[in-house]
Design a protein around this ligand. Structure first.
Ligand SMILES: *Cc1c(COP(=O)(O)O)cnc(C)c1O
Length: 340
């Protein structure tokens, strides 16, 4: 397979159009077969449900080249099942989970020339999404939907190593109790943009959101779950119904317990506990783990002993083991690596 002439290691995390994408339409109560198309544009009514009332959800996963040259993706079945949960919560029709995984493979195959080579640090980011496409003016679910998957090559998340970041405790909320924080809905992101722009203007990399009801428990950032390492080497990760169940975080919990023999706790985490932790990181598909060096709580700084120069030692071990599994260097649990 002739790869595209792309400067892989200098790619950013941005959108670049690729050759083919998958499109399936839902009409009269059923999904059609779906096709690959070269058309990267969408035409729809000005009154579409997605444009008026934000009826849309999405997923994100990556395809990449393993050390031994296979093209694979990581746990796509979990993206399919999470998208099912998102669709059910937003009154959207579920795209069948097995067909979701098949469509992901089709899109990657059709764009194989854009899958970055092993060792470049770059990956092919895959974006499945669905939206209400028929006209809706009274508030109700649309009658018709479109499910699409496109992909775009993205560069290494960290150029020149993962430097710990500084985050701040945010005064705004991300997700209400019994709200939509646990699903991957576009609306959760629209309302976070104000806070992230403000955080960047104030010199912070990310926002730490606390639970909206009591502001005493740690939830997550706008797009990543937290992991903490205690001084005696336990992995602690916050549990709440309004946190998005990150596939990376769930995988790290398995890696910690089964591969590294660590104790793992998934439980509510009080904000006033975190000053006692040894390491902190953010986890998600894009970066796998971004180490956090410092948390600013209205001028009060919590500095982790792991410092601002590099990932903490336990975080590093977790990172190396999970990326080792993803790249085929370490044997993966059954079903984690799906060959394209
Ligand atoms: C997508 C997302 C994550 C990370 O999930 P992964 O499955 O690990 O990529 C975390 N938090 C939020 C709010 C997200 O939307």
């Amino acid at each position: 397979m002739e790869k595209k002439n792309i400067d892989w290691s200098n790619l950013g995390f941005g959108y670049q159009v690729t050759d083919k994408r998958f499109v399936s339409n839902y009409k009269n109560g059923a999904w059609d077969e779906g096709v690959l198309t070269e058309d990267a544009t969408i035409t729809m009514t000005e009154c579409a449900g997605v444009l008026q009332y934000a009826q849309t959800c999405f997923e994100g996963l990556k395809a990449y080249t393993t050390e031994d040259g296979r093209t694979v993706c990581f746990r796509p079945d979990l993206n399919a099942s999470r998208m099912k949960d998102s669709c059910e919560r937003l009154q959207m029709p579920v795209f069948p989970e097995d067909k979701f995984v098949e469509a992901v493979k089709e899109v990657v195959r059709a764009n194989e020339a854009y899958v970055p080579p092993f060792g470049s640090g770059a990956t092919l980011y895959i974006r499945p999404y669905m939206f209400g496409s028929s006209a809706v003016i009274g508030v109700k679910p649309a009658d018709e939907y479109q499910f699409r998957i496109f992909c775009t090559p993205v560069g290494p998340y960290f150029k020149g190593g993962a430097k710990p970041i500084t985050i701040r405790v945010c005064d705004y909320d991300r997700a209400a109790p019994h709200g939509t924080g646990h699903i991957k809905a576009g609306l959760n992101y629209a309302m976070s943009l104000y806070q992230i722009v403000d955080a960047h203007e104030q010199g912070f990399d990310e926002n730490m959101y606390l639970d909206a009801a009591t502001r005493t428990y740690v939830e997550e950032t706008g797009g990543a779950n937290f992991i903490f390492i205690t001084k005696d080497g336990t992995l602690v990760t916050p549990k709440s119904d309004s946190i998005l169940p990150s596939i990376t975080r769930r995988s790290l919990m398995v890696v910690a317990e089964k591969y590294l023999g660590m104790k793992v706790e998934h439980r509510p985490v009080r904000f006033d506990e975190i000053k006692d932790f040894a390491e902190c990181g953010l986890c998600g598909t894009a970066a796998v783990i971004s180490p956090v060096g410092k948390i600013n709580d209205h001028g009060n700084e919590i500095c982790f002993p792991s410092g601002m120069d590099e990932m903490g030692p336990v975080t590093k071990k977790l990172y190396d083991t999970l990326t080792g599994i993803q790249m085929g260097r370490i044997e993966a649990p059954e079903g984690w690596i799906v060959e394209i």
